[in-house]
Design a binder for this molecule. Structure first.
Ligand SMILES: [Fe+2]
Length: 374
């Protein structure tokens, strides 16, 4: 299938099970002696994950400090605020709890605490070393896969961009417990599940795909498909479903850790930045268009393994699960234009598509969903 060369690198120790945090206090406490816990304002409290972590740390006699100010699409300023707290509190490891935002923030914070003498520009410094404090990640949504990737996506308000930092920071430990998904709203579940699916699709349709990354994609799609009827609203999820949804998300994370994401993710960032469309909903907005440009056999494999009969079937489920865009068509078109321009002038992103992409194709992908709405 590929040239005779494949590589697999996944340095995160992963435990996925009920009570993962409680069962792995030893592994967690081995990371340091004083922890900075990084979360958003509410969900880690509501779903019990933060209490599980503090109980685990208390039981091991590890002290901890809480930073619970991570917003959606965390800004570089938030990272610096948490860094200052971590430095003054002399923490020696960082635990990110929540969806992609707190976990991505935890990685960047662990970097900047280790680089206490550097200023905010170090976050996007392309040639700086990426040494960090140890990081643990506890996901509470089923989309980002950040617990098993080196990726940290931040927003830089000064440059008005949302972008991955160039540092690759894999968590040392991922404690994955599907029970936390019980407390996620139906919309969050849908948006994050579609994020995981887009990771699987974009990792498969990717010029960096290899046999190992596709092994993760295949297993991820099969796990993802088991929850499709939940996303269709045909039944309520149970414990086994939460496990599968988390598993699909982590496998998708492992896949993109090898390949990166490609056009739908590239196009999505403007939608999120300018229209505040949630990340998974924004990436999946471009998936039907991306699939429609792919070779037929790849498109059929991806759709069928995920449980869809066609591109139109995918669109139907996506629209029902994630809902319409909350913006006027003119505004959407304006942002899509920006998205095409930004992605079209990013040769690194374009090169990750496994087929040649010109501006006309990029526009077809970008406007596919809008132009095919009934
Ligand atoms: Fe994503």
């Amino acid at each position: 299938m590929f040239k005779n060369s494949s590589a697999f690198y996944m340095p995160t120790r992963v435990f996925e099970e009920k009570d993962a945090v409680k069962n792995h206090v030893r592994e967690l406490s081995a990371l340091g002696s004083r922890a900075l816990i990084v979360t958003g304002r509410h969900s880690a409290m509501a779903n019990g994950s933060c209490k599980d972590v503090t109980d685990a740390l208390d039981s091991a006699g590890i002290s901890h400090v809480l930073f619970n100010e991570v917003e959606e699409n965390p800004s570089t300023y938030t990272i610096m605020k948490a860094r200052d707290l971590g430095v003054s509190e002399k923490v020696d490891f960082v635990i990110g709890i929540g969806g992609g935002s707190p976990m991505d923030a935890a990685k960047a914070i662990a970097l900047m605490i280790r680089k206490a003498d550097k200023d905010i520009s170090y976050l996007y410094k392309p040639d700086g070393d990426s040494l960090t404090l140890p990081v643990a990640a506890v996901p509470t949504t089923c989309g980002t896969g950040s617990e098993v990737t080196g990726v940290s996506v931040l927003t830089d308000p000064d440059r008005q961009i949302k972008k991955s930092i160039p540092h690759k920071i894999f968590p040392d430990l991922a404690l994955v417990d599907g029970r936390y998904l019980k407390y996620a709203s139906g919309k969050i579940l849908a948006n994050t599940a579609f994020d995981a699916l887009t990771h699987l699709v974009e990792s498969y349709l990717n010029s960096k795909a290899n046999d190992y990354s596709r092994m993760c994609v295949d297993a991820g799609l099969k796990a993802w498909a088991k929850s499709l009827d939940i996303l269709k609203g045909e039944r309520e999820p149970g414990d086994g479903d939460y496990y599968n949804m988390m598993l699909a998300s982590s496998l998708a994370g492992m896949a993109i850790a090898h390949t990166g994401t490609t056009l739908p993710h590239g196009l999505s960032y403007s939608m999120t930045y300018f229209l505040h469309v949630p990340h998974g909903k924004a990436t999946a907005y471009f998936t039907a268009g991306y699939l429609s440009e792919a070779p037929e056999k790849d498109r059929d494999y991806l759709l069928q393994t995920a449980g869809f009969s066609s591109v139109q079937d995918f669109q139907k489920v996506y629209r029902k699960a994630c809902g319409p865009l909350d913006a006027e068509e003119d505004k959407v078109r304006e942002v899509l234009k920006k998205a095409v321009l930004e992605t079209g002038t990013n040769p690194a992103k374009l090169a990750l598509a496994p087929f040649p992409v010109d501006m006309a194709m990029l526009e077809r992908i970008a406007y596919f969903e809008l132009d095919s709405e009934e």
